[in-house]
Design a protein around this ligand. Structure first.
Ligand SMILES: [Zn+2]
Length: 186
């Protein structure tokens, strides 16, 4: 937990002690800060990653090289993990949530090779990648009035009342109007 985190006056949510407008997004959700660990001179890589991820997602930039992601009339190119048979929901992959930014075509092979989660990749063209919400940690108040962070990170849709107690680390995009691309390079 960041040492700069505190509770809003009245106990109405999470805040930074010296909060700046840039600490929240346009939906009012608080974001993990890009900070240096004091005295160590080492950047907080999670926050650094978080900033790049958010920037790439928001502007649909390639997750590998940071250039514009591939875009055709069928949409923007995303790579997702093909789910197991038990995980396939009705209409899949329509509406799949992604924290991974899109890719450009030259970087597809590299993205597949370097992402440990993409063991069975599926390439999608997505006509409507839609900002859905955030990924991060939910906080709560202990009976003693201290901040406690949830054990696991989670997805939170924008508009949720829990957003007041959430510290976002990644932007989540919903992939809609998807079509499958065949022949993903390995
Ligand atoms: Zn690229």
């Amino acid at each position: 937990m960041g040492d700069a985190l505190t509770v809003r006056p009245g106990g109405t949510g999470l805040a930074y002690r010296n909060e700046a407008p840039a600490d929240r997004d346009r939906h009012g959700v608080l974001w993990a800060r890009l900070t240096e660990a004091p005295g160590v001179g080492r950047p907080d890589f999670r926050a650094l990653h978080s900033y790049r991820q958010r920037h790439a997602m928001f502007h649909l930039l390639c997750q590998v090289c940071g250039g514009p992601a591939s875009r055709t009339s069928r949409g923007v190119l995303f790579l997702i993990q093909r789910p197991g048979p038990a995980e396939v929901l009705a209409g899949w992959p329509e509406g799949v949530l992604s924290t991974k930014p899109p890719v450009c075509e030259p970087c597809v092979a590299l993205a597949v090779r370097h992402c440990p989660h993409l063991t069975n990749p599926l390439a999608l063209r997505v006509r409507k990648p839609r900002v859905w919400g955030v990924f991060g940690g939910l906080f709560s108040l202990t009976p003693g009035g201290l901040l406690a962070q949830s054990q696991t990170d989670d997805y939170l849709p924008y508009g949720s009342p829990a957003a007041r107690w959430f510290l976002a680390s990644q932007l989540v995009i919903e992939l809609t109007r998807c079509s499958e691309v065949t022949g993903v390079p390995r």
